[in-house]
Design a binder for this molecule. Structure first.
Ligand code: NAD
Length: 366
């Protein structure tokens, strides 16, 4: 009998949860370009995943798209056993701040339970594989929102040592996820690394976020909505710089450590909307709408720690914004298709106390 052909040697594998999301989709392509095999786990529908992932350039055997929930012990442990990854990047999360104000439990529970399940499955997997002494890392995506707002106009940005003061149920859920991740590092020595990235923009972001939403409204000649007075200052991080930071942390991030990832490119939300209006040559009116309760005025972080590892943001806001606007202008049909799938498509939610009266009436009537 002829000997069986040797099994194909697979390149190292990375599991990306939330791989069909904005950052996950961009990270997935970068990992594939680097010759790695990627398993994406995302609970989005088949239609949404197809829209997000259809342009992924990869050999079929290199990219595995799995529909499933990060909260499922069965699915996550099966993927770990089957694909034996060198790393897990946990991006899966409900990220809408307004949605978290509208439905705190519906937003916080998936984030906390999803992260806890990932950590637990990773810990068991690592224990089973410990004899192989393969490198393994769990990278958890957190956010600059965990610090809450700095005093408006301050020049002192938050460092990783500063205390956390989240303003929304969403930001609070990320604090909880961080705490769980660090507890797994301390108790089980699970090699977790945490990124706290600034407000990210670029291609493949869902159209219910500021930049794609504003481009869509310009295209449709609809009024452009700005929350409150629009003076909400952010550090703007292009998704390619965000992805580069995650790639670096996968290689060189120290287990148990947290890394801020910000830029020097500040702008207020109001100015961003004005810039997009100009770029789109739109005549839409800018309308100040009811503010978000607890809205962080000033998100500002220092990134010295990750910069000491060699990371620098490369895409200035002026260049990144104009290329991003062009990207969405050229993909109107794609945006429309994704918009149709959004639960809260162009619908304002999360007014907190402003709509408590309505909620109370609804409860009494039940
Ligand atoms: N976008 C930003 O500005 C930004 C900034 C800093 C950090 N982050 C973090 O990066 C991560 C990804 O953010 P994004 O902007 O790509 O969001 P996104 O909403 O575009 O992607 C998240 C993906 O996770 C999936 N998902 C949600 N819950 C899941 C679950 N329980 N199981 C499986 N899949 C699930 C969603 O279907 C979605 O595709 C989040 O953890 C977010 O907090 C985002």
């Amino acid at each position: 009998m002829a000997p069986a052909p040797p099994a194909p040697v697979m390149p190292p594998t990375v599991i990306v949860t939330g791989g069909a999301g904005f950052i996950g989709r961009n990270l997935t392509q970068k990992l594939l370009d680097g010759g790695l095999r990627v398993v994406s786990l995302d609970n989005a529908s088949d239609v949404k995943r197809k829209l997000m992932l259809q342009d992924i350039v990869a050999d079929k055997s290199q990219f595995i798209d799995v529909q499933g929930d990060a909260r499922s012990r069965e699915i996550v442990s099966q993927l770990l056993r089957q694909y034996e990854p060198r790393a897990v990047v946990h991006l899966a999360a409900e990220i809408g701040v307004d949605q978290s104000i509208e439905d705190p439990l519906g937003s916080v529970e998936p984030n906390v339970a999803g992260a806890l399940n990932m950590l637990q499955c990773c810990e068991i997997y690592r224990y089973i594989k410990s004899h192989q002494q393969q490198p393994f890392k769990v990278l958890i995506a957190s956010t600059d929102q965990v610090y809450g707002s700095a005093i408006a106009g301050t020049t002192s940005a938050f460092t990783e040592e500063d205390s956390l003061y989240p303003s929304s149920p969403h930001s609070a859920s990320k604090v909880a996820v961080e705490a769980l991740a660090l507890s797994y590092f301390r108790t089980f020595e699970l090699p977790v690394v945490i990124s706290r990235c600034a407000t990210t923009y670029g291609p493949f972001q869902s159209p219910n976020h500021l930049i794609p939403a504003t481009v869509s409204r310009c295209n449709d000649a609809h009024p452009l909505h700005v929350y409150g007075d629009g003076f909400y200052n952010r550090q703007w991080l292009h998704v390619s710089d965000h992805v580069e930071a995650l790639m670096l942390l996968l290689k060189h991030g120290e287990p148990g450590e947290i890394y801020n990832v910000g830029t020097k490119w500040f702008s207020t939300v109001g100015n961003i909307v004005g810039d997009i209006r100009r770029m789109c040559r739109s005549k839409s009116e800018i309308v100040n709408v009811t503010d978000r309760p607890g809205h962080d005025r000033w998100l500002t972080i220092r990134s010295d720690k990750i910069e000491s590892l060699g990371w620098r943001p490369r895409v200035p806001l002026s260049r990144g914004l104009s290329s991003t606007v062009s990207w969405y202008m050229a993909r109107r049909e794609w945006v429309r298709q994704i918009e149709r799938l959004e639960e809260f498509n162009r619908q304002r939610v999360g007014l907190g106390r402003h709509n408590m009266g309505q909620l109370a009436i609804a409860q009494v009537e039940q």
